[in-house]
Design a protein around this ligand. Structure first.
Ligand code: ZN
Length: 459
């Protein structure tokens, strides 16, 4: 694709398409976020606190769930003036959202201005939620801003080593996939990574020439390791965005060595889109501060820089269904000081909690654990919590958290066998373990897949 065509898409086609679909405000948000990322720290803090006070006040006045929660806890939004004051607002757990969805939505909000979404189930039972249309535009703009840090720009080609289009983290991309006028996203399916397919992925990338590749961290590391072992010439993008899984330092080095391009690590989730991502300095991840208020807590206090804490997210822009102090299930550490890129957005480091892995299948094939868990759980909500464990070649264990005395029914077992063989190959041995709930790791996090063998299988 020529530079001119890319500019034509960026400056004319893309804005026109947004105008046609009523989503033109996405570009307004993008312009705003491009500016506010460089605000002096005091001004940014003031902007964020204005939004935080507004969402707390809105939640209390308009949302039945929060009216009741605040009253029960003796919290008056007007009294919250410092971050420490926020500690008196109860933490929102995923199970609270599952149990109170209807009372968490503004009863007067126009239904046609609400967008329904749900988590993929990869972190346990899916969570259903809504956001208002303004929030959709802001989410897309935030994703675009952070993609641009990695070298992508509107109108350019994009490739993803991902599970499925439905689970792509940036909602904006799905729209681009649909449109014939825009460069399509090249989707390389991380659910099915045989040696032959991985060689084909590399050839497809060479033909398509996308500047940026988005990928699950573990799947990309495996892909890099395979290409290196084969000694083939590897496609070199300008940058790679890794997301959805923890990126280990050794994986980053390997990926950067093999692809000859920098990795831009990112923390995102379906509920909030981009939460934090690396800039070109690769020194911590800047949070999406204009849209999300992030707290790091340990017990009943906030952590200091350098000390790990659990991530709580308050969505500052979703007035239709406010999410206040939502426990994400990951931990991170504040990084003090300012970034040499000049952006004042605060930074976090050492994100952990998403210890997902690649599962080894039959015939040398591999499958991203996060993608497999997502596919299986989202197709059968009756599975409650499920964890996939692999400790031996050719064998996996499904740990099912519906109750130790509640084995799966025959039709569920048949479904699991069929799906497992589809993704991991015929002949794989499957074991089951029934527990009351999936045990947490020592870090306090729930992992949805674990493998001690994938990497050895590969070497
Ligand atoms: Zn920076």
């Amino acid at each position: 694709m020529t530079f001119l065509y890319q500019q034509f898409v960026k400056r004319i086609l893309y804005p026109l398409d947004l105008f046609r679909s009523g989503d033109y405000s996405e570009l307004r948000y993008l312009r705003e976020f491009e500016r506010t990322q460089f605000l002096p720290p005091d001004e940014l803090r003031e902007l964020v606190w204005q939004r935080l006070r507004h969402i707390l006040d809105t939640a209390y006045r308009r949302i039945p769930y929060y009216k009741s929660v605040f009253d029960r806890s003796g919290v008056v939004p007007g009294d919250i003036k410092t971050e420490t004051d926020l500690l008196s607002v109860p933490i929102l757990e995923k199970r609270d959202v599952q149990a109170n969805l209807q009372t968490m939505i503004d009863p007067d909000w126009r239904k046609d201005r609400l967008i329904f979404d749900k988590t993929g189930g990869s972190t346990g039972t899916p969570v259903n939620y809504y956001y208002n249309i303004e929030r959709k535009w802001a989410r897309q703009a935030a994703a675009l801003r952070h993609d641009r840090w990695a070298g992508y720009d509107i109108g350019q080609r994009f490739a993803a080593l991902w599970g499925a289009a439905r689970d792509m983290p940036e909602p904006g991309l799905k729209q681009k996939i649909k449109s014939l006028l825009f460069p399509k996203t090249l989707l390389l399916n991380s659910v099915n990574m045989t040696p032959e397919l991985m060689l084909e992925f590399n050839e497809k990338l060479k033909r398509y020439q996308p500047p940026v590749l988005l990928a699950y961290a573990n799947a990309l590391s495996l892909f890099a390791s395979f290409l290196k072992q084969r000694g083939v010439s590897v496609y070199q993008p300008k940058g790679m965005i890794t997301s959805a899984e923890v990126l280990r330092p050794e994986d980053r080095s390997l990926i950067e060595e093999v692809f000859g391009a920098p990795v831009f690590n990112r923390l995102g989730c379906r509920e909030f889109s981009v939460i934090a991502s690396e800039c070109e300095q690769h020194c911590g991840m800047h949070i999406m501060a204009e849209g999300l208020y992030i707290e790091l807590v340990r017990g009943s206090r906030h952590t200091e820089p350098g000390e790990p804490g659990e991530i709580l997210v308050t969505d500052l822009l979703n007035e239709a269904m406010p999410m206040i102090r939502y426990r994400l299930g990951d931990t991170a550490t504040w990084l003090s000081g300012t970034c040499s890129c000049g952006r004042s957005l605060p930074r976090i480091v050492n994100v952990s909690g998403r210890g997902t892995v690649v599962i080894g299948g039959m015939d040398g094939r591999f499958c991203s654990g996060v993608a497999l868990a997502t596919f299986i759980v989202s197709k059968r909500p009756s599975f409650c919590q499920i964890q996939i464990i692999q400790e031996e070649r050719g064998r996996i264990l499904y740990r099912v958290g519906c109750g130790h005395d509640k084995p799966l029914q025959q039709n569920d077992l048949d479904f699991l066998r069929e799906q497992t063989e589809l993704y991991l190959g015929k002949g794989i041995k499957i074991d089951y373990e029934y527990v009351d709930s999936i045990p947490h790791e020592a870090s306090g996090k729930y992992l949805f897949s674990k493998s001690t063998v994938a990497r050895e299988l590969f070497q």
